[in-house]
Ligand binder design. Structure first.
Ligand SMILES: [Zn+2]
Length: 366
């Protein structure tokens, strides 16, 4: 049996890490193209230009805001025009994915600078291609992970805390799902079974979050960088990616796929839907009640959804929830990566059990 694990080539994190930009870019080439999220371009452009000064030529461009194939090709064209050896994605998931996609059309070194910590996308090799109407077109499975991921925690700490909470949920799912894949040695995103390293990092991700994430959320409120915030950001960005990409996914993300099918959840972040998926997966996989209670308390402390109404799902009828259950049971979904073959009725029951527990949990807090 062949095992495998993949990683970003270099990972740099800390308050003020952005000032090291030029030092890390210089060995990779002479000219870099930075693709910047339009919402933060005015803030980030001078910071990037200042950090690159005297080390490398930096060309900055804003993209349309949606990671369509056209946007990716436009970035690739711009990189070609300026003879760039490096493409840098600066911003949230859409900017990151646009840069990754561009690097798949135009061979260049890839650097990712996430300015929020809302998911485990920055270190991953994959990118989502969207249509102009904001629906998903397809995934691009890159051959390699980014060459450099640079996370400035001073920038992350100043972003709205909701993003960090969502990133925490996406990372919290990692161990539950990797543990399931480890039980059957299920293939990971490299097509092989996970290396032991991946499962160990997935577990470290979980332990790091339980210890630090509730405090990190408080510190993000204050806009301050603390060891608790640093450890949480590392768990969400680096550990979670290695854990899911090389360990594997499972029911929590399966439930996400289903919940995302319901229109009332569309305004919620990926991680917020994964959060509900984690809760449902706890009942599905019959975790000990002490663990279930501790995860609900963790969700509460990190401001994550506790019941379906928290995702604006007001109709919990079988008919309505089966739309989600049928979607998550599509043959390609990671729903089926669990060691036990569950039926759609099991998924529906788990959602209802998690919802009921969450509502009672909230009543108990009043
Ligand atoms: Zn995810």
């Amino acid at each position: 049996m062949i095992r495998s694990a993949i990683f970003p080539h270099r990972y740099i994190q800390g308050a003020g890490a952005i000032n090291e930009l030029g030092t890390h870019l210089k060995p990779l080439g002479k000219t870099a193209l930075a693709v910047i999220d339009p919402g933060i371009a005015a803030m980030m452009k001078p910071i990037l230009e200042n950090a690159a000064k005297g080390q490398i030529d930096l060309v900055c461009m804003e993209f349309s805001g949606e990671s369509t194939e056209a946007a990716m090709k436009a970035v690739a064209e711009e990189a070609k025009k300026h003879n760039c050896q490096i493409i840098i994605g600066v911003g949230g998931g859409k900017a990151v994915d646009t840069a990754k996609g561009a690097a798949s059309f135009y061979p260049a070194k890839l650097m990712i600078i996430p300015t929020i910590c809302a998911s485990d996308a920055p270190c991953s090799k994959n990118a989502v291609v969207y249509n102009e109407d904001h629906t998903i077109n397809r995934d691009i499975h890159g051959l390699f992970n980014p060459d450099i991921v640079l996370v400035d925690t001073a920038i992350i700490a100043k972003a709205p805390v909701r993003f960090l909470s969502a990133g925490i949920a996406d990372a919290l799912a990692t161990w539950f799902e990797a543990e399931s894949c480890m039980a059957t040695r299920h293939k990971n995103f490299t097509g092989y079974t996970g290396a032991r390293t991946a499962y160990a990092i997935a577990r470290l991700c979980f332990d790091t979050l339980l210890e630090n994430a509730p405090q990190a959320v408080e510190h993000c409120d204050l806009g301050i960088v603390t060891p608790q915030l640093e450890d949480t950001v590392e768990a969400c960005t680096l550990m979670s990616t290695v854990g899911f990409e090389s360990g594997g996914l499972g029911a929590a993300h399966g439930f996400h796929q289903g919940l995302a099918e319901l229109p009332e959840t569309h305004k919620f972040l990926h991680g917020e839907k994964v959060a509900m998926g984690i809760l449902a997966s706890l009942f599905l996989t019959q975790k000990p009640i002490e663990l279930i209670e501790s995860i609900y308390a963790f969700h509460h402390a990190t401001r994550l959804p506790l019941c379906l109404a928290d995702l604006n799902i007001r109709d919990a009828s079988t008919e309505h929830l089966m739309i989600a259950v049928e979607r998550m049971n599509a043959p390609v979904e990671c729903t089926h990566w669990e060691p036990i073959k569950y039926e759609p009725a099991d998924h529906l029951a788990a959602l209802l059990a998690a919802d009921s527990f969450g509502r009672k949990f909230k009543e108990g807090m009043e």
